[in-house]
Design a protein around this ligand. Structure first.
Ligand code: FES
Ligand code: FES
Length: 156
Protein backbone atom coordinates (compact mmCIF):
# COMPACT_ATOMS: atom_id res chain seq x y z
CA UNK A 1 0.00 0.00 0.00
CA UNK A 2 1.26 3.46 -0.90
CA UNK A 3 1.46 5.74 2.11
CA UNK A 4 2.18 9.45 2.19
CA UNK A 5 3.16 11.12 5.44
CA UNK A 6 5.51 13.71 6.89
CA UNK A 7 8.60 12.48 8.73
CA UNK A 8 10.70 14.98 10.64
CA UNK A 9 9.24 17.79 8.54
CA UNK A 10 9.91 16.11 5.17
CA UNK A 11 7.18 14.60 2.96
CA UNK A 12 7.62 10.85 2.37
CA UNK A 13 5.92 8.32 0.10
CA UNK A 14 6.50 4.65 0.83
CA UNK A 15 5.14 1.29 -0.21
CA UNK A 16 4.40 -0.65 2.94
CA UNK A 17 1.99 -3.20 4.41
CA UNK A 18 -0.59 -1.18 6.37
CA UNK A 19 -0.18 -3.47 9.41
CA UNK A 20 3.58 -2.92 9.66
CA UNK A 21 4.42 -1.32 12.99
CA UNK A 22 5.48 2.32 12.87
CA UNK A 23 8.34 1.31 15.21
CA UNK A 24 9.78 -1.09 12.59
CA UNK A 25 9.18 1.32 9.75
CA UNK A 26 11.13 4.07 11.52
CA UNK A 27 14.00 1.88 12.71
CA UNK A 28 14.42 -0.47 9.77
CA UNK A 29 13.27 1.49 6.71
CA UNK A 30 14.42 4.95 7.81
CA UNK A 31 17.30 4.06 10.15
CA UNK A 32 15.89 6.19 12.98
CA UNK A 33 17.36 4.22 15.86
CA UNK A 34 16.49 6.71 18.60
CA UNK A 35 13.14 4.88 18.56
CA UNK A 36 13.70 1.91 20.88
CA UNK A 37 11.84 -1.34 21.30
CA UNK A 38 11.37 -2.26 24.96
CA UNK A 39 8.19 -4.22 25.65
CA UNK A 40 6.63 -4.10 22.18
CA UNK A 41 3.23 -3.97 23.91
CA UNK A 42 2.55 -0.33 24.71
CA UNK A 43 3.74 -0.57 28.31
CA UNK A 44 7.22 0.98 28.50
CA UNK A 45 7.29 4.15 26.36
CA UNK A 46 10.76 3.42 24.89
CA UNK A 47 9.26 3.72 21.40
CA UNK A 48 7.45 7.05 21.91
CA UNK A 49 7.40 9.42 18.92
CA UNK A 50 5.13 12.38 18.17
CA UNK A 51 2.19 12.04 15.81
CA UNK A 52 0.83 15.50 15.00
CA UNK A 53 2.63 16.75 18.12
CA UNK A 54 1.20 14.15 20.52
CA UNK A 55 3.14 11.31 22.13
CA UNK A 56 2.25 7.85 20.77
CA UNK A 57 3.75 4.41 21.34
CA UNK A 58 5.05 3.58 17.88
CA UNK A 59 4.94 -0.16 18.64
CA UNK A 60 1.14 0.10 18.70
CA UNK A 61 0.65 2.26 15.60
CA UNK A 62 0.13 0.43 12.30
CA UNK A 63 1.62 2.12 9.23
CA UNK A 64 -1.89 2.51 7.80
CA UNK A 65 -2.70 4.97 10.59
CA UNK A 66 0.01 7.47 9.70
CA UNK A 67 -1.40 8.42 6.29
CA UNK A 68 -1.41 12.21 6.00
CA UNK A 69 0.01 12.63 9.50
CA UNK A 70 3.19 14.22 10.74
CA UNK A 71 5.62 12.00 12.66
CA UNK A 72 8.53 13.38 14.62
CA UNK A 73 11.36 11.40 16.18
CA UNK A 74 14.22 12.56 18.35
CA UNK A 75 16.41 12.83 15.23
CA UNK A 76 14.10 15.58 13.90
CA UNK A 77 13.41 17.19 17.27
CA UNK A 78 17.14 17.54 18.01
CA UNK A 79 17.42 20.49 15.64
CA UNK A 80 15.10 22.66 17.77
CA UNK A 81 15.81 25.17 20.55
CA UNK A 82 13.33 23.31 22.75
CA UNK A 83 15.43 20.15 22.48
CA UNK A 84 18.55 22.08 23.50
CA UNK A 85 16.80 23.30 26.66
CA UNK A 86 15.58 19.80 27.55
CA UNK A 87 19.05 18.31 26.90
CA UNK A 88 20.77 20.87 29.12
CA UNK A 89 18.26 20.52 31.94
CA UNK A 90 18.32 16.70 31.82
CA UNK A 91 22.12 16.77 32.05
CA UNK A 92 22.04 19.24 34.92
CA UNK A 93 19.40 17.28 36.82
CA UNK A 94 21.05 13.89 36.22
CA UNK A 95 17.95 12.65 34.35
CA UNK A 96 19.93 10.23 32.15
CA UNK A 97 21.78 7.10 33.18
CA UNK A 98 21.95 4.24 30.65
CA UNK A 99 19.89 6.34 28.22
CA UNK A 100 17.66 3.58 26.83
CA UNK A 101 14.45 5.24 27.97
CA UNK A 102 15.67 8.78 27.26
CA UNK A 103 14.53 9.35 23.64
CA UNK A 104 10.98 8.30 24.57
CA UNK A 105 11.05 10.48 27.67
CA UNK A 106 12.36 13.49 25.73
CA UNK A 107 9.56 13.12 23.17
CA UNK A 108 6.97 12.68 25.94
CA UNK A 109 8.36 15.84 27.59
CA UNK A 110 8.00 17.79 24.34
CA UNK A 111 4.41 16.55 24.02
CA UNK A 112 3.64 17.57 27.62
CA UNK A 113 5.20 21.03 27.49
CA UNK A 114 3.62 21.81 24.09
CA UNK A 115 0.22 21.18 25.60
CA UNK A 116 0.93 22.48 29.09
CA UNK A 117 4.00 24.75 29.38
CA UNK A 118 3.63 25.09 33.18
CA UNK A 119 2.83 21.59 34.45
CA UNK A 120 2.44 20.86 38.16
CA UNK A 121 4.47 18.03 39.70
CA UNK A 122 1.40 15.80 39.54
CA UNK A 123 0.85 16.62 35.87
CA UNK A 124 4.49 15.80 35.10
CA UNK A 125 4.15 12.45 36.88
CA UNK A 126 0.87 11.68 35.16
CA UNK A 127 2.21 12.50 31.69
CA UNK A 128 5.26 10.26 32.23
CA UNK A 129 3.26 7.38 33.68
CA UNK A 130 3.66 5.41 30.43
CA UNK A 131 7.47 5.75 30.36
CA UNK A 132 9.45 3.19 32.32
CA UNK A 133 13.01 3.83 33.47
CA UNK A 134 15.02 1.13 35.21
CA UNK A 135 17.88 3.40 36.27
CA UNK A 136 17.11 6.84 37.65
CA UNK A 137 14.25 6.29 40.11
CA UNK A 138 12.25 9.03 38.29
CA UNK A 139 12.92 11.93 40.69
CA UNK A 140 15.82 13.18 38.60
CA UNK A 141 13.72 12.86 35.43
CA UNK A 142 10.89 14.88 36.98
CA UNK A 143 13.44 17.45 38.16
CA UNK A 144 14.85 17.74 34.61
CA UNK A 145 11.37 18.35 33.21
CA UNK A 146 10.59 20.98 35.88
CA UNK A 147 13.86 22.75 35.07
CA UNK A 148 13.15 22.63 31.32
CA UNK A 149 9.69 24.16 31.88
CA UNK A 150 11.29 27.01 33.89
CA UNK A 151 14.31 27.66 31.67
CA UNK A 152 12.45 27.24 28.39
CA UNK A 153 9.77 29.82 29.21
CA UNK A 154 8.40 31.25 25.99
CA UNK A 155 9.61 28.35 23.81
CA UNK A 156 6.51 26.27 24.49
S1 FES B 1 8.16 -0.80 22.99
FE1 FES B 1 6.43 0.44 22.66
S2 FES B 1 5.66 0.85 24.63
FE2 FES B 1 7.30 -0.52 24.98
S1 FES C 1 18.19 5.81 32.08
FE1 FES C 1 18.32 3.65 31.93
S2 FES C 1 16.29 2.99 31.58
FE2 FES C 1 16.12 5.08 31.98
Amino acid sequence: MKIEFILNDKPQTIDVHPARRLLDLLREDFGLTSVKEGCGEGECGACVVLMNGKAVNSCLVPAGNIIGNSIQTLEGFKTTERYKVIEKCFLEAGSVQCGFCTPGIVMATESLLSENPHPTDDEIKESLSGNLCRCTGYNMIFKGIRLAAERGKGLW
